[in-house]
Design a binder for this molecule. Structure first.
Ligand code: ADP
Length: 245
């Protein structure tokens, strides 16, 4: 239990949010000219940029698979992304997050349509404030869609945790550090599948069931914003094409 109060008498958190309220979100797709697909997502103070390349021929050839595309993912935190300057050297945490983000995205990709090919996902965390792996998944699935890679569905992610004994969604860094538990979750709605579920801390069985429900609701809110972002981008492109005649 923390000394600093994370939830006040009115049930509001340090940043004024309710327990089931996600942080303000901004999303943009197709902002990088040199990548096949790209996305930028702000969630609270997190700022994450993703570039996707591919599907392209596997290189070197021996890394290719005969029955599906190889998906590679690199999660990287900029040295200036954290309050205390992060060491620019690759960390074990970044290796772990690169792996879990790839595994969260893989079931959504029709990779079997692209044997002997590869898809590269580059994630740059420009600013972080807790939950950056979830924001990375949300942004990477948008960048994959923007690259025109066939997807079973988008992947939306959000963490749920426990602060001052209360379940709360989308923990910020201070809530993560001073709280009792943090559980990042990613969902592929069309498959009704959870593709990421990690856990730091402890929940009772009852809390776990409630937390999963809260995570699902939070992910569905994020999923709606993802769809709206893609829709807006393509409507805008269509309008521009029509203007050109
Ligand atoms: P996530 O960002 O997915 O919640 P963690 O729980 O590992 O992943 O990290 C929580 C937060 O701690 C990050 O969002 C970031 O703000 C901060 N953080 C992570 N690594 C470092 C680091 N090396 N130096 C300073 N702050 C860090």
């Amino acid at each position: 239990m923390s000394v600093q109060k994370l939830v006040n008498e009115k049930g509001l958190r340090i940043d004024g949010r309710r327990l089931d309220e996600i942080r303000p979100i901004k999303m943009e797709v197709g902002l990088l000219a040199n990548a096949d697909g790209s996305a930028y997502v702000e969630q609270g103070r997190n700022k994450v940029l993703v570039a996707v390349y591919g599907p392209r021929e596997a290189h070197p050839k021996y890394v290719g698979l005969h029955d599906r595309a190889v998906i590679r993912c690199r999660y990287h935190m900029a040295p200036f992304s954290t309050e205390e300057r992060k060491s620019p050297a690759p960390s074990r945490r970044e290796v772990e997050i690169s792996k879990v983000v790839r595994e969260a995205l893989e079931p959504a990709i029709f990779s079997e349509q692209y044997p002997r090919s590869m898809i590269d996902i580059f994630i740059e965390v420009l600013q972080s404030d807790g939950g950056s792996r979830c924001v990375s998944i949300t942004a990477a699935s948008l960048a994959l869609a923007d690259a025109g890679i066939p997807l079973r569905d988008l992947v939306a992610a959000c963490a749920v945790g426990k602060i001052d004994g209360n379940l709360a969604v989308d923990l910020s860094d201070i809530e993560d550090k001073l709280g009792d538990a943090d559980m990042p979750v990613a969902i592929i709605p069309a498959l009704n599948r959870i593709s990421l579920l990690q856990m730091d801390g402890l929940f009772t069985e009852e809390e776990f069931v409630k937390a999963l429900d809260l995570a699902r609701n939070a992910c569905m809110k994020i999923y709606e914003i993802q769809k709206q972002t893609l829709r807006q981008k393509y409507l805008q492109e269509k309008e521009e094409d029509n203007e050109k005649g």
